[in-house]
Design a protein around this ligand. Structure first.
Ligand code: AMP
Length: 400
């Protein structure tokens, strides 16, 4: 394991914190969801209390090396200042002489937020000179950005080579502990609820889950690839089917059978001919899907069977919505599962939401914060749960 932030002596030092402030902004550049900013507070508050000067760096969006004013981190500085109730100085860039002076002048107890790292293409190229310039701003390095931990970039991998003292922050550690424990030593029964549009991108994860879960419940668009695959061979109308993943779906079905994993697929769905707020939705058994109908949510019978299994579980991992929850006619399945997760959390079960769309769904239904852990990183959580090492976490372990 790398060092934990609490293992470092940071008093009087300048600490470079790689945070994840890749947050949504509206057309007036207001932060519309401060979940990731809130999640960074334990590390910042700890460092301030220890008498460190805190230099925060992050990316926002994909400016691809260009300076795009709409992707400036300036609005984050204001939002963060309100949350920590302290001044947050804002640097107009993240490297260069002017920034080095701002960093050098920073006093213990003060916070400086750097401008978007990805305004420099060198960030995503893990450029060694750029890493060195970032590292020149501080004495100690802390990585607390789980959302980008699956990427090897200058500010989370290259930079570590320039610091003797480096560690994982509270958020990064918490994310890793929750997700690794869920998959390696869960309290059983351990149920996985999978959804979202596609099987692709979740192949390694599904294979691994089939080795460790007690129940795997599959909803969302991806369920239709499973339902179409041998030995089930359902006709699923115009629903989303990935033809090139049918063999993989069959293999997962076989693997679950051989491992005694209870794999549950939808028996009914809410179908429509279009995805829109005023789409005409009809509830049907899967076998009744006509050729021009798409299954766009799980039906009530499926919801009930999923709820019963979730109710008797001690650990539930949820990744991906059960339907097109973004529009009202197809949101009920996702909402019902989200509510059930919150219910069992209150009675002592551990519930983990893998970030991305599932986290967005929780927020939409006013249920954010009612599960045990919501990951701040969709892609990173998928890779970690799939058993893939996260380069940014590994880099923290290396000696200078
Ligand atoms: P993913 O990025 O693969 O996790 O997929 C998330 C997206 O899947 C969401 O935007 C949902 O609208 C979409 N989705 C969920 N269920 C379905 C479905 N039955 N058909 C098409 N798209 C779906």
């Amino acid at each position: 394991m790398p060092k934990h932030i609490q293992d470092l002596d940071v008093k009087g030092k300048r600490v470079f914190v790689r945070a994840d402030y890749n947050v949504p902004l509206d057309s007036e550049s207001k932060v519309t969801d401060d979940f990731r900013i809130q999640a960074s507070l334990p590390t910042i508050e700890y460092l301030l209390k220890q008498g460190a000067a805190v230099i925060l760096a992050s990316h926002l969006g994909r400016p691809k090396g260009a300076v795009i004013p709409e992707m400036s981190l300036a609005p984050v500085a204001g939002c963060l200042a309100e949350l920590v109730q302290a001044e947050v100085k804002f640097a107009p860039d993240c490297i260069g002489q002017e920034i080095e002076k701002l960093a050098a002048d920073l006093q213990p107890g003060q916070i400086l937020l750097l401008e978007n790292l990805r305004f420099h293409a060198e960030e995503t190229n893990n450029d060694s000179e750029f890493s060195k310039q970032l590292a020149a701003l501080a004495d100690v390095f802390v990585n607390d950005a789980f959302g980008t931990a699956h990427r090897a970039h200058a500010s989370n991998v290259g930079i570590t080579e320039h610091f003797q003292e480096k560690a994982a922050g509270f958020l990064l550690m918490k994310e890793i502990e929750f997700l690794v424990q869920a998959i390696e030593s869960p309290q059983r029964p351990f149920t996985v609820v999978m959804g979202g549009s596609k099987v692709s991108g979740k192949i390694d994860l599904l294979k691994r889950l089939a080795e460790v879960a007690d129940n795997i419940l599959i909803g969302g668009g991806m369920a239709f690839t499973f339902l179409s695959a041998p030995p089930l061979n359902h006709n699923v109308g115009a629903s989303l089917v990935e033809e090139n993943r049918l063999q993989f779906a069959s293999d997962v079905i076989d693997l679950c059978l051989s491992k005694g994993v209870n794999l549950v697929l939808p028996s009914d769905c809410i179908a429509g001919r279009e995805i829109s707020e005023d789409a005409k939705a009809q509830e049907l058994p899967i076998r009744a899907l006509e050729d021009d109908l798409m299954g766009l949510d799980i039906g009530r019978r499926t919801v009930k069977s999923f709820e019963e299994i979730i109710e008797s579980s001690k650990t539930v991992l949820w990744n991906g919505p059960m339907g097109v929850f973004e529009v009202t006619p197809f949101q009920q399945g996702t909402q019902a599962i989200a509510q059930k997760l919150c219910e069992i959390t209150k009675t002592g079960a551990t519930t983990i939401v893998g970030g991305g769309d599932s986290a967005a769904a929780l927020k939409k239904f006013g249920l954010a914060g009612c599960v045990t852990h919501t990951s701040t990183g969709g892609g990173a959580s998928l890779e970690l749960l799939s058993g893939i090492d996260l380069p940014a976490f590994e880099a923290l372990k290396g000696a200078k």
